[in-house]
Design a protein. Structure first.
Ligand SMILES: [Zn+2]
Length: 300
């Protein structure tokens, strides 16, 4: 078995936190291809709504425990009437409703982390998809959902451009990564994130990926108010570089769509450094680097 943080680990972690901190609100944004619930956790009850998400990409599963650790630390400080850096946890709690979807792609994560039975059909089907792409290691190079659709190329924001770029690179059918799907929002998990966003009024979104220690904040020529400033603050507290998205990755992502449709700050953070999947040994550094971002995302 590979090492990693599985869907089962996530569910256990969520249930444990709920027992300790009953003020957390739990729910689901929808279902995966394999019919599993995609959980969200809400902390805080303020007017301002903020959305953090992780593990859109299977082999970037380390982002899920990072977000869970933040919820745990925030809840702990709230219970103690303590602080998140210099900010009162209770003041944040009363001003902001934070929604967190730590694992957008549980089926894909379990393919990579060993959470899926290797003799079952879902695993075998993924193996068949991967055979067409022999240069991508299996399962460690897998980013897509279990059907071979890249969930961060599923959003209606330049999806046709993304399709053109990725098809030209040879990703013209289900693949371990970079297949845009047969249309925007055909993947259940992407549609669930989309609908969840429509049901809320998020002022700011952060979506966690690995790796590169970079912060992406732009989509095309959109320049939401405060977006660059907040990005600079994120960069300052994390040491991560505020960067331009490479052209070939600049379409059809969740943050692209959010910026396009809402004209509000949306960020993709490429946490950590190295080759995906990043080992659990990086968890501590990633969490330390990103704690300030996760706090500022609530108060800025
Ligand atoms: Zn990613």
């Amino acid at each position: 078995m590979e090492e990693g943080y599985t869907y089962n680990d996530l569910i256990n972690n969520i249930n444990r936190l709920k027992t300790t901190y009953p003020f957390l609100e739990l729910g689901s944004i929808g279902y995966t291809v394999l019919g599993r619930k995609i959980p969200y956790i809400r902390i805080g009850n303020g007017q301002k709504e903020v959305f953090y998400s992780g593990a859109f990409h299977a082999n970037e599963w380390i982002t899920a425990p990072v977000l869970m650790q933040f919820i745990e630390d925030y809840a702990g400080q709230y219970a103690l009437n303590g602080y998140l850096n210099q900010f009162s946890a209770r003041e944040i709690f009363n001003a902001v409703s934070l929604y967190v979807v730590p694992m957008v792609n549980p089926d894909g994560v379990d393919l990579v982390t060993g959470g899926l039975n290797t003799v079952g059909n879902p695993y075998k089907n993924a193996q068949i998809i991967a055979k067409n792409f022999p240069n991508i290691p299996f399962p460690n190079g897998w980013k897509a959902n279990i059907d071979g659709v890249d969930l961060n190329l599923q959003f209606p924001a330049g999806w046709q451009q993304a399709r053109q770029i990725k098809y030209a690179q040879g990703f013209d059918r289900p693949a371990p990564r970079d297949f845009v799907g047969d249309g925007p929002l055909v993947a259940r998990e992407a549609l669930a994130v989309y609908n969840f966003t429509l049901q809320h009024n998020f002022r700011l979104v952060i979506t966690y990926h690995t790796q590169g220690k970079e912060i992406y904040w732009k989509f095309q020529n959109y320049n939401p108010i405060m977006s660059e400033f907040i990005g600079q603050q994120f960069s300052r507290v994390s040491g991560y570089r505020l960067a331009e998205v490479p052209y070939n990755s600049s379409f059809a992502g969740f943050k692209d769509w959010f910026i396009q449709d809402y004209n509000r700050p949306g960020y993709t953070i490429e946490a950590g450094i190295g080759q995906n999947p990043l080992p659990m040994q990086q968890f501590g550094d990633i969490y330390t680097d990103n704690f300030g971002i996760l706090v500022l995302g609530l108060v800025l």
